[in-house]
Design a protein around this ligand. Structure first.
Ligand SMILES: Nc1ncnc2c1ncn2[C@@H]1O[C@H](COP(=O)(O)OP(=O)(O)OP(=O)(O)O)[C@@H](O)[C@H]1O
Ligand SMILES: [Mg+2]
Length: 483
């Protein structure tokens, strides 16, 4: 955070000062009073379950200088009409005050957080980097992330999400990116958008915001993303696993027994071997996007390959692979689910279970609109074609998942519909034998990560460390801004 007096905060936000004008904010700007600390600023936001205004006094007691609020609170405050807009104005002020910080934005339907975490671990080789914790990617999370920057910051690696048209353009207005990567156009939130073409329109707002001296980093394997080249003034750089013409490519992709990809990274500067610590072939395009971005920022090929090979998963519940002491492997991919990410996870399950038995515990995929039933049926069919030993469908869309699986007459696995996580735990626990692999995946709303933890704890011994080379992860952020 660059120090700002409350008088400056009031001026930048157009707010009314109800505090000492000369008090200076030097600490973090937070929306969770439990994270408030000395010198910080507490932004009071009304959530679904609670209203931040009720916690302003707690935040100030914890050291916050003042609250940013829309109605009077019993502590020093700056009163504004709209707190997210005030955060946006403050963040834009910070970006403008830090011209040495290069801003890179990452968007797409799946893989933003995974790619952002990889990209940040590359840019950290070049200089001090600010990147969000977890999925802080919306009108609250993005400005809160930007506000952590200070005069030492050289790279801001941001995740941009959209639930409708104009959202990404709005986020680009808060922190105008010079570099922008679009990963893919898929079905996440497609129901709200109205279809894939509308998703593409919205995701492409990122490249429309780039200046002529910037770079648009586009997935050459995804035709809707590749077509965004026509929508940007920036230089276009492409990445791809399939497309032979892509600027940054992967060749000889192989997965080890835990599904970790190795490949040869091909760039105009030459080639280098990479072995990811992340699980699943879908992390190869994510790594290529991160590599293409880092290349634009000046990271050399050897450093890029080395940083990709040492990068760890910084955000929880995305393809976490753990092995129980009794030899059962648990894939906790319960952060969220859409058709593309479920296919990616089931493909990884199939790989990990090769020669043994794979079980998929699948909850529902939210926000798919009119295509929801058909999408769940298609996923059930995909799971059956992956020759799983069992499909345990949990919750509201369990029936269409099983109906899809029944379309594959040759499938001999067991199909079960259960109402909730507790029933799923019973069902799967009864089945597991050493050597089996279990995937747990669902939309965020289903919160199946607890189920994955329970399956993991179901072995005779306490769960061991993640089976990905002993890397440690930071604690879960207290609140991930929703997507
Ligand atoms: N390139 C990809 N293609 C398909 N699935 C992917 C890809 N990258 C990651 N995933 C899967 O998608 C899920 C979400 O990953 P991640 O959190 O990185 O994406 P995100 O775009 O940030 O999601 P959100 O919209 O929730 O912020 C995880 O299950 C992950 O394994
Ligand atoms: Mg995310």
């Amino acid at each position: 955070m660059i120090p700002l007096s409350l008088a400056q905060v009031a001026r930048i936000t157009g707010g009314q000062l109800h505090a000492e004008a000369a008090s200076v904010v030097t600490g973090e700007v937070v929306i969770d009073s439990r994270r408030a600390g000395p010198g910080g600023l507490f932004a009071a936001v009304a959530g679904e379950r609670s209203d931040g205004h009720d916690f302003a006094a707690d935040a100030v007691a914890a050291g916050a200088v003042a609250a940013l609020a829309t109605r009077p609170v019993p502590v020093p405050s700056v009163l504004v009409a709209d707190v997210p807009a005030a955060l946006a104005a403050l963040a834009r002020h910070v970006v403008d005050a830090l011209p040495a910080a290069q801003v890179a934005g990452i968007t797409g339907s799946s893989g933003k957080t995974s790619t952002k975490d990889l990209a940040a671990q590359l840019t950290e080789r070049l200089g001090p980097t600010i990147a969000p914790a977890g999925s802080f990617n919306n009108e609250l999370g993005l400005p809160l992330t930007v506000l952590r920057a200070d005069s030492s910051t050289r790279y801001l690696v941001l995740e941009l999400s959209a639930r409708g048209p104009g959202h990404i353009a709005y986020l680009c207005g808060i922190a105008p990116p010079r570099y922008g990567a679009v990963l893919n156009v898929g079905h996440a939130h497609a129901g709200e958008f109205g279809g894939l073409d509308q998703v593409a329109r919205a995701k492409g707002e990122l490249v429309e915001a780039l200046p002529a001296d910037g770079a648009a980093i586009l997935n050459a394997d995804d035709p809707r993303v590749a077509a965004m080249a026509a929508r940007t003034a920036a230089r276009v750089v492409t990445f791809g696993v399939e497309a032979p013409q892509a600027t940054v490519r992967a060749a000889d992709v192989r997965l080890d027994d835990l599904g970790r990809p190795s490949f040869t990274l091909l760039t105009p500067d030459g080639s280098a071997p990479v072995t990811l610590r992340l699980h699943g072939a879908h992390n190869v395009p994510n790594a290529l996007a991160a590599a293409a971005l880092a290349r634009e920022l000046g990271l050399g090929l050897a450093d890029t390959a080395d940083a990709l090979s040492t990068a760890v998963a910084r955000s929880r519940w995305r393809m976490e692979v753990h092995r129980r002491a009794d030899g059962v492997t648990v894939i906790n991919d319960a952060y969220n689910a859409n058709p593309e990410s479920v296919r990616a996870a089931v493909a990884a399950l199939r790989h990990l279970a090769a020669g043994g038995r794979g079980f998929a515990v699948l909850g529902h995929m939210a926000e798919l609109g009119d295509t929801s039933q058909a999408s769940h049926e298609a996923i059930g069919e995909f799971a059956a074609r992956a020759e799983l030993a069992g499909l345990i469908a949990v919750g509201p869309e369990a029936e269409p998942l099983l109906a899809g699986a029944r379309r594959v007459p040759s499938w001999t696995g067991e199909a079960l519909a259960v109402p909730d996580a507790a029933a799923a735990l019973d069902a799967v626990s009864n089945q597991l034998k050493p050597g089996d692999v279990v995937l747990v995946k669902a939309s965020r709303a289903a919160r199946l990560e607890g189920l994955a933890a329970a399956v993991l704890a179901g072995g005779d011994d306490p769960p061991g460390p993640p089976a990905h080379g002993g890397a440690t992860r930071p604690p879960v952020p207290p609140r991930e801004a929703d997507r």
